[in-house]
Design a protein around this ligand. Structure first.
Ligand code: FNR
Length: 358
């Protein structure tokens, strides 16, 4: 049987031990609401590293306090946060995983109840610790409070915030960075014509709607230098007529590739409520289309729950990397177990657990 998913991949100078990675998954567990990682994050990130993941991408982390989805999100806008990340990163690296972080601004979907979508209820009021959200245009996400449209100074501040957070991430020891450009958060809301009605140089045709993303990528690359792999997560389609399309996303990926982005992490949706045909591997065709049109390596994500499915995606060239989210929550040893079921001898079970993985 082939074992392409368990083959290493190298981006810039960084070699990942396999291609079965953990995507960012918000934990909403920072009780102190200061954005500082906690023992939970050490356990959470460390458990996937112990379980054989090639890489773990830390959850959406606010580049400014107002960029958090909820007050209980992680942040990386100060040195205390940076210094608390450092030992978590070192620990996961000591278990053989590469560790990345998703730098994020939630835009018009910020300031929500931490359990929104389960048992919470939409936007937080100021009394509950909520804040005024910002966006390309003053158009609310359905069910949330209206944002204020950013002016160009506000956009420049956000580009700078991504840059200083990227610097702190590198100083904390992260191996690579991911910019969150998906799921209806700030960057996606600029990319999509459904949420961006601006008439200045940040709105209009695709190149203008992509301008904030391209400025962030250029500024982050200039700040962190040439060695750090840089990923961008995009929502390839809004699943809605008149919304962002896979063809447009492929064009954005081409521009990103020209600017030295090393891999595009292809998700979908999140900018408007839409009917999404969810099923096993449902976003893989979008990843493959982006890869074929742009020539940029891609990660596929979304209901990739089985080792053989992961293997088929990588072995047949549909994507370069697979991201396994909820299945990794159910089974933090997913990669080690996948190796066993694909009959690949990997040598990275941690020493104290060797007798269980022979
Ligand atoms: C997510 N997802 C997500 N995506 C993202 O870009 N940043 C994030 O912080 C989060 N947070 C998050 C939390 C939790 C608990 C879940 C389950 C999901 C989406 C995630 O990265 C992934 O794209 C989806 O879960 C689809 O993959 P699976 O779970 O079907 O393998």
């Amino acid at each position: 049987m082939s074992h392409a998913a368990l083959e290493p991949i190298t981006l810039r100078g960084t070699t990942f031990r396999n291609r079965i990675w953990v995507p960012p998954m918000c934990q909403y567990i920072v009780e102190k609401e200061d954005g500082v990682p906690t023992p939970w994050h050490l356990m959470h990130i460390g458990s996937f590293a112990r379980g054989g993941a090639g890489a773990v991408i830390v959850e959406a982390t606010g580049v400014v306090p107002e960029g958090r989805i909820s007050p209980r999100d992680l942040g990386l806008w100060n040195d205390e946060q940076r210094d608390a990340f450092a030992p978590i990163v070192r620990f996961a690296q000591s278990l053989g995983a590469k560790v990345g972080i998703q730098l994020a601004h939630a835009g018009r979907k910020a300031s929500t109840h931490p359990e929104w979508g389960t048992d919470g209820s939409g936007s937080l009021t100021p009394d509950e610790g909520g804040w005024q959200t910002v966006a390309p245009s003053a158009i609310a996400f359905e069910g949330l409070d209206a944002p204020v449209a950013l002016d160009t100074d506000g956009i420049a501040d956000i580009v700078r915030a991504f840059t200083t957070s990227a610097r702190r991430a590198v100083d904390a020891g992260f191996d690579f960075l991911e910019i969150h450009g998906a799921h209806g958060y700030l960057i996606h809301s600029f990319l999509s014509p459904l949420s961006n009605h601006r008439e200045d140089s940040y709105g209009g045709d695709l190149e203008r709607r992509a301008r904030i993303l391209l400025e962030i990528v250029d500024a982050v690359r200039a700040e962190v230098g040439e060695e750090i792999p840089l990923l961008v997560r995009l929502s390839a389609t809004d699943w809605t007529d008149g919304g962002l399309t896979v063809a447009e996303t492929a064009q954005v990926a081409t521009w990103l590739g020209e600017r030295g982005v090393d891999l595009v992490d292809v998700s979908t949706g999140g900018n408007v409520l839409a009917e999404i045909p969810v099923g096993p591997g449902y976003q893989v065709p979008a990843a493959t289309a982006v890869r074929e049109a742009s020539g940029v390596p891609v990660a596929a994500v979304g209901m990739i729950d089985e080792p053989k499915q992961a293997e088929q995606i990588v072995a047949t060239g549909l994507a370069d990397v697979v991201l396994v989210g909820r299945e990794y929550l159910r089974d933090p040893n997913f990669a080690l177990n996948a190796a066993a079921s694909l009959r690949v001898d990997v040598n990275y079970a941690p020493k104290p657990y060797h007798r269980a993985f022979r």
